[in-house]
Design a protein around this ligand. Structure first.
Ligand code: NAP
Length: 288
């Protein structure tokens, strides 16, 4: 039976460390780190994510600001709001909750966030820095996966790592981080010819495709490490991952559950990025 990688416990540990760090930050600089979350429209899933982020900020002691904009907001108006936050000295991190309404160019909006306040690490400057291996913030979900891997003493160096999914927010940066950790990395996607064979070759398999229980036990090498990024609802409305947990956990050495695996790590890494940004801003101001 596999070791279940407990993202909930590790996330709580990271957030507790940040709570202590936040107290010393506030004592030293006379203010708390600040995170602004911009939400456009009334997507119920986005509202839940924003609420969770606000709760995490409150627990750690960060200043959190929520900016709610109507579905009808124009791209120019949204960018003007972001520009205001870029110049706000109490705000260290800006997060624009995706998806944005049709008609708003997501990449133009993300590019309007100042790179040093881009706590999602989606700005092209930050993406480029990750490719070059010289970064200060990492995208939250892949960073959370790496933190889990390290916590359980798993060493990607020299291992065959397979990432299924090539999105800009998960698959691609995930592959870069495993490569940086000296894994031998293969990235699979919907056009991959023999996905099962690629997956079976993996010592470390990371799945981020958004398809409920798609990866079955016959697609996994016995003893492999399996990280399930997926968050789906099955036919009965239950939350589940991209991996068929009940079957696959019988053959792997380590596996993340859904819920309670990668999900809680994502928010912990967002909180960590906010602290990193706050320290950069505070030190820059102190040296001015
Ligand atoms: P996405 O943008 O929709 O990308 C999905 C990727 O999976 C694409 O690259 C796609 O290939 C590939 N794919 C789809 N079906 C496939 C198949 N049958 N075989 C092989 N590859 C396939 O999704 P995402 O934003 O990366 O999210 C993926 C999943 O992770 C979703 O369930 C999402 O909810 C979840 N997620 C969780 C967290 C968290 O905090 N736990 C954070 C972010 C995302 P093509 O490129 O060829 O289309």
């Amino acid at each position: 039976m596999a070791v279940i990688m407990d993202g909930k416990a590790l996330s709580a540990k990271v957030r507790e460390e940040l709570r202590l760090e936040c107290a010393s930050f506030s004592a030293k600089y006379g203010r708390a780190p600040g995170l602004a979350v911009v939400l456009v429209g009334d997507n119920p899933a986005s509202q839940v994510y924003v609420r969770n982020k606000k709760k995490a900020c409150a627990e750690i002691g960060y200043l959190s600001r929520e900016i709610l904009l109507p579905q009808t907001v124009t791209e120019a108006e949204l960018i003007a709001v972001i520009d205001g936050l870029n110049h706000d000295s109490l705000i260290d991190g800006i997060l624009v909750q995706l998806p944005l309404p049709v008609g708003i160019d997501e990449s133009r909006v993300l590019r309007s966030i100042s790179p040093d306040k881009d706590v999602d690490a989606f700005h092209p400057e930050n993406v480029g820095n990750i490719v070059l291996g010289k970064y200060s913030v990492l995208p939250c979900t892949p960073a959370g996966v790496m933190a889990l891997i390290r916590e359980y003493g798993i060493e990607p160096a020299g291992k065959k790592c397979v990432v299924v999914g090539r999105s800009n927010i998960v698959g691609k940066p995930m592959a870069m981080l495993l490569l940086e950790a000296n894994g031998t990395v293969t990235v699979c996607h919907s056009k991959t010819r023999d996905l099962a064979a690629e997956c079976r070759a993996a010592d470390i398999l990371v799945v981020a495709i958004g398809k409920a229980r798609y990866i079955t036990a016959d697609m996994v090498k016995p003893g492999a490490v399996v990280i399930d990024v997926g968050m789906n609802r099955d036919g009965d409305g239950r939350l589940c991952g991209d991996v068929d947990f009940s079957q696959v956990s019988a053959v792997t050495s380590y596996i993340t559950p859904v819920p309670g695996g990668v999900g809680p790590m994502t928010i912990a890494m967002l909180m960590k990025n906010t602290m990193t940004a706050a320290l950069t801003h505070a030190e820059r101001k102190a040296n001015d």
